[in-house]
Design a protein around this ligand. Structure first.
Ligand SMILES: [Zn+2]
Length: 241
């Protein structure tokens, strides 16, 4: 595979990618994909402590996310400066994501689930929904259309990027796209364990079990699954013979 193939993963919080996709990401890294994480908040409010210093806590969680990425084989991690649990769907958020979309030029975009009730038993966090909506919309508009935020091109040298071929939705809902993560399940769980502040040790076995159930459905030991949107493109007209 060409070394130029790129994946951009956009999440709301420092541990979302480890829960949602790290087994697949680790596999794609091994296959030669160039992967970048874009994390919109530092998870500053993910603490069961009303007195926590959210800036210090955010720094801790950023370092945990960088360690988790490293364990997965991903070196390039970028944070936006939004505050956990306060993300709004704004033009500013669209522009900030569009900037990174244009900068990293992904062929495959990983995104959160935009639905409130995304899966049985889950209420999807509002930050997940808003980041997902903005990311999906950027892939359609601000990331790909020159006249939207023209200053990105004119002042920052970031023209639209129109070659993103696939969008993969992460999260417990899963989807029809199955990725065999048998060879990378331990990497995923090790990456998840990097989030020590979140006490993830208690969920590691539950996550392994969920991956095993997904795997059993498709005849492999462990699987992650995704809803994938493959962008429809008109084929170039053929020259008549
Ligand atoms: Zn989250």
């Amino acid at each position: 595979m060409s070394e130029s193939k790129r994946i951009l993963v956009v999440s709301a919080h420092p541990d979302d990618i480890e829960f949602g996709a790290a087994g697949s990401i680790a596999k794609f890294v091994k296959e030669g994909w160039n992967v970048t994480y874009l994390i919109v908040t530092r998870g500053q409010k993910g603490a069961y402590d009303a007195t926590v210093d959210i800036n210090e806590y955010g720094k801790l969680r950023e370092s945990e996310a960088r360690e988790a990425a490293k364990r997965t084989g991903v070196e390039n991690v970028r944070f936006l400066d939004y505050v956990d649990s306060e993300v709004e769907y704004t033009l500013e958020l669209q522009k900030d994501i569009a900037r990174e979309f244009r900068r990293f030029k992904p062929h495959r975009l990983f995104c959160m689930n935009p639905n409130q009730l995304s899966a049985q038993g889950f209420i999807n966090h509002p930050d997940h929904r808003r980041v997902a909506r903005a990311t999906l919309d950027v892939s359609l508009m601000a990331g790909t259309t020159a006249a939207i935020f023209p200053e990105l091109e004119l002042e920052e040298g970031l023209p639209p990027w129109r070659e993103c071929e696939e969008i993969w939705l992460m999260g417990p809902a899963g989807g029809e796209e199955i990725v065999d993560v048998t060879d990378t399940v331990d990497i995923k769980l090790d990456a998840l364990a990097a989030h020590e502040s979140q006490n993830t040790s208690g969920v590691l076995e539950a996550i392994r079990e969920r991956l095993a159930v997904r795997g059993a459905e498709s005849g492999v030991a462990y699987a992650e699954s995704f809803q994938v949107i493959r962008r429809w493109r008109a084929q170039p007209a053929k020259t008549p013979n």
